[in-house]
Write a protein that binds this ligand. Structure first.
Ligand code: FE2
Ligand code: FE2
Length: 152
């Protein structure tokens, strides 16, 4: 059964551009898993795994750089889903082909939940951090300008 209705929508946007761009790529590769072509399934899954490794590493790096408090939980979800993808890859290659459709069905649900919770928190935290930085920069600029206008 074809199941190509799932795709990117505003519902998945976190209004944080660098994350949304990566998530659009994830959604595209993840939706491609439900194509009904067993011959290319492993190639499609490999593409998603390669993407996911980079995607999760990027978020893990952001969490370290910003000292994001729930870094442990978030990283654990990344590790767990990556392990599932790799395990399914191994078992489908050994002949358990019915797992392909199950993964294609369940990953979108995992992703939506992950975006709503972990990624949503991180996106807000990053956006708030950037807003604070901007405020600091502006107040530094103001202080500099005031310094410059005072007579020597
Ligand atoms: Fe993400
Ligand atoms: Fe994440």
């Amino acid at each position: 059964m074809e199941q190509n209705s799932w795709g990117w929508s505003d519902r998945l946007s976190l209004s944080y551009e660098p994350m949304d761009e990566t998530h659009k790529e994830f959604v595209e590769l993840c939706a491609a898993l439900s194509e009904d072509n067993p011959d290319t399934f492993l190639n499609r899954l490999d593409a998603l795994i390669v993407h996911s490794i980079a995607h999760f590493e990027q978020e893990n790096r952001w969490m370290e750089e910003t000292a994001f408090p729930p870094v442990g939980c978030h990283r654990q979800e990344h590790d767990a889903v990556l392990e599932v993808m790799q395990e399914v890859r191994r078992r489908v290659a050994l002949g358990e082909t019915d797992l392909a459709a199950r993964l294609a069905e369940e990953l979108p649900l995992w992703f939506e939940h992950h975006v709503d919770t972990m990624d949503n928190m991180l996106a807000r935290f990053m956006a708030a951090g950037q807003a604070n930085q901007l405020t600091e920069q502006l107040s530094e600029q103001q202080t500099d300008q005031q310094g410059q206008t005072q007579p020597a």
